[in-house]
Design a protein around this ligand. Sequence first.
Ligand code: BGC
Length: 506
Amino acid sequence: MKKIEKVGGFESKITVYVVVCWVLAACGGLMFGYDIGISGGVTAMDDFLIKFFPAVYQRKLRAKEDNYCKYDNQYLQLFTSSLYLAALVSSFAASKMCSKLGRKPTIFVASAFFLCGSLLSAAAQRIWMIILARVLLGVGVGFGNEAVPLFLSEIAPVQHRGAVNILFQLFITIGILFANLVNYGASKIHPWGWRLSLGLASLPAAFLFVGSVVIIETPASLVERNQESQGLSTLKKIRGVEDVDAEFEQIKMACEAAREVKDPFKRLMKRSSMPPLIIGVMMQVFQQFTGINAIMFYAPVLFQTVGFKNDASLLSSVITGLVNVFSTLVSIYGVDRVGRRKLLLQACVQMFISQTAIGAILLVHLKGSNSLDEGLAGLVVVLVCLFVMSFAWSWGPLGWLIPSETFPLEIRTSGFACAVSSNMLFTFIIAQAFLSMMCHMRAFIFFFFAAWIVVMGLFVLFLLPETKNVPIDAMVERVWKQHPVWKRFMDDYDGKEGVKNVGMII
Ligand code: BGC
């Protein structure tokens, strides 16, 4: 147990129980990450292609003539991206459930769907079964990605909110790495290795299933649903101290405003809701336009495209997976110290340089069927690692953190659902389009992403406020009403944030 910390008038101490809650809830990230990591490897396995996509397999055999196009098949892409469509739609249902029943049951439902989906995909005999399984997994991801980041942001003490929320991203990266390792082993097991890869998704789902029983409901969700005394005792329990009056007062005021709002989606359309809505949605859209998932889903395919053999390419994606996990730790350390903006801006520079360099190497050296020589292929892997590294301490975690901490309570679940569904929509678009884009744009695809990185850098520079150390229920007063651009939107804000009792936070 750590000593008591006092920040902005709020006391807290980190207890074993609250750490257990953080870790168990973050297993939602493990589920999401496992799926991201597994799909690319499975679609590169011949046994899987022969069973479900024989036409793609034939094309792959004859594909000597054009590296960039050998995997371009809409059905194959649909396998990867159907999950994101299901997640997109279900995040709205998840938002309703989060408000009406709480974060905890929503997390439970997420794990149940994901468990069913993973078992069905392992047992699938026909293509419709595999697509149905993807839909079930997608509903799991939609519910999990809605509830888990909100849960973590609400349950964390203000001075550690960034770090706690980023546990979600850390677990995403561990899930991706675990999936890469599983694929590496499973690709050697013929003809059913792919079943193992898909079936093992049940492990993270089982962790979350258990987690959802053990974790506590968040105080804000309890008070919002008129369970005030339980909310107070929960707050005492998770803060590990008796004196939680200042924070509880703030939660109560935020809840009063939230209860008055009958239709949160309508409320979301008000002028004063625009600042967090635009930021929340754009953080997710930009996160996807870094091009990260072109690399994550298709790393093995991508590395094969630039001339690695099957095994070498899976191995390279294990390396990028490791870089992804370790660089996320940098973010956990830095986010509440250096702040959100600096991390995002530094990363834009590093991502821009690596994407342009990859594009230039491929443009000059990889023509049609030729592969890269060993040295250059190694350099591409290094550049991909530099790219992944900077994503992992910036747009990866902050894409989830910032939308989960900037909405006032009355529109928190609905606003966050818009952010989650934008993430899913653009993940879907990239997953669906990437292989065709690579086939048509060739090396230029990397310049395409580099151009987006410039746009998002400017967006952060001019429009993104710093939210480090601002209590989650004081964002309107401390952030939106103070920002040179966004304050103009706040004149019709009639919520009641409880900021009066709380000292300023530096
Ligand atoms: C993104 C995923 C991405 C992953 C990579 C997450 O934050 O939402 O789309 O694949 O990071 O680590």
